[in-house]
Write a protein that binds this ligand. Structure first.
Ligand code: SAM
Length: 420
């Protein structure tokens, strides 16, 4: 690969690219880098590179001509080397956000040219004429594009074969799989009273992998819920209960599945609410009323699953990766008593491995469900809400919404954040 940087400060860029891992890789000809001085392509006697902006305003704007001529020179050099035309990227504060996916995309090109602005920026016409894209390295403004171009060059060049000692080196790192990396530790074992998490000293690689995976998920969920939601959508993490033939769970995705989920939610809520709700409220629990609620919950981070027996949906459950909540656990009347509710609860809990103690809520009048949850390791964890007919028009009798929390059996794997 060849990376060219078009800049007013080529020495600055070259110094960075000559140091450390990239410098050693460049010396081994694992890639080429060339830094070009824009000033060398000016046509005026003073070698001036910028001028006042049309329309007024403060600061100066880089001329189109020297940048265009410099880019033409780079294109000619690539042609002479038998390379494809370089992919030209302008670093601008208003460009598209740069991320690891873009780094991987740029790493596929044989030649990439990075153009750095300065002062107030670059005459837009040269960007329009030559630019394949504009990227920004973050929502802040730098004095020049040099640091930004080096960020791009570094993240792209480290992906070139041979630059890092092992390919696994970058495959384990933050963003590679859409998650942030787990925390790293080195010697000594105890530093200023802080011990390395014991699991890392066991030598048990399987346990360490599990711990690291869990740490990655915890970090991503807490620091970058946006990344975590994207990751959850493509990574089913479930060790499934033993389904019978013709029995399975499907993520609610299609319009038809959302409709069926709303119907099941309505049927379930009416059944659960029957002993406590007023007739008006029970009548209002329809699929039409519940569908927008489910869609809103989905936007808030919930995923819903339908249980199918021989292609007939007869149960549903929802999980929220962000909060570790399980909800909307319903089984149709005809399918009750077959253990489907227990299997769905087990399924939902295993969908949330990053939450050691997931929670759910249940009405205190739903004694059957409470007994099932207790048998499955869920314990009361307080009262979520109190419904009093004197204050709440929708309920006919006093009831409480109880919170329950899953407590793993004591011999289960103890999560790292509990250990530390
Ligand atoms: N007037 C420009 C604006 O408001 O968008 C800012 C110009 S900035 C002071 C000068 C140069 O720094 C830009 O032309 C660009 O090359 C570079 N630059 C500044 N912030 C950047 C960022 N977040 N990402 C990439 N390049 C940036």
């Amino acid at each position: 690969m060849r990376i060219d940087i078009v800049t007013l400060f080529p020495e600055l860029c070259d110094t960075f690219l000559s140091a450390s891992i990239l410098g050693r890789a460049r010396a081994k000809n694992l890639f080429e880098t060339h830094c070009h001085q824009i000033r060398d392509y000016t046509l005026n006697k003073q070698k001036q590179t910028d001028d006042y902006p049309y329309g007024g305003g403060c600061g100066m704007v880089l001329y189109a001509q020297p940048i265009a001529d410099c880019l033409r020179a780079v294109q000619a050099q690539c042609r002479e080397q038998g390379r494809a035309a370089p992919h030209i990227v302008f670093l601008t504060a208003a460009g598209a956000p740069y991320d690891e996916a873009k780094a991987r995309e740029l790493a596929q090109y044989d030649a990439v040219t990075l153009v750095c602005g300065h002062y107030e920026g670059i005459d837009q016409r040269v960007i329009d004429a030559f630019g394949d894209e504009e990227v920004s390295i973050g929502d802040y403004v730098l004095t020049g594009g040099e640091l930004a171009s080096l960020v791009v060059a570094d993240s792209v060049l480290r992906l070139q074969p041979g630059v890092l000692a092992e390919e696994k080196g970058y495959q384990d790192e933050s963003y590679w799989d859409g998650l942030l990396e787990y925390p790293q530790y080195t010697r000594p074992e105890v530093w200023e009273g802080r011990a390395v998490p014991p699991v890392l000293l066991t030598g048990d690689h399987q346990k360490i992998e599990v711990w690291r995976g869990e740490q990655s998920r915890i970090r991503t969920r807490t620091r970058r819920p946006d990344l975590y939601d994207q990751w959850c959508a493509t990574h089913p993490l479930t060790e499934l209960p033993k389904w019978k033939r013709g029995e399975n769970m499907r993520l609610v995705k299609t319009e038809e599945q959302w409709q069926r989920a709303a119907e099941l939610a309505a049927e379930g809520r009416r059944a659960v609410g029957a002993p406590v709700g007023t007739p008006d409220v029970l009548a209002s629990l329809t699929a039409e009323a519940l569908l927008p609620q489910l869609l809103q919950q989905h936007k808030d981070g919930w995923a819903f699953y339908l249980h199918f027996t021989k292609n007939v949906p007869d149960g549903m459950v929802g999980v929220c990766h962000r909060t570790g909540r399980i909800g909307c656990l319903f089984v149709t009347e005809v399918s009750r008593g077959k253990g489907i509710g227990a299997k769905m609860l087990d399924f939902a809990r295993k969908k949330l491995p990053e939450h050691t103690n997931p929670t759910l809520t249940v009405l205190n009048t739903n004694t059957r469900a409470i007994a099932l949850y207790k048998r499955m390791g869920w314990v009361p964890a307080g009262t979520e809400a109190v419904y009093d007919p004197a204050k709440d028009a929708f309920c006919a009798v006093y009831c409480e919404e109880l919170r329950m929390s899953y407590r793993p059996p004591v011999n289960d794997f103890v999560s790292a954040d509990q250990q530390c």
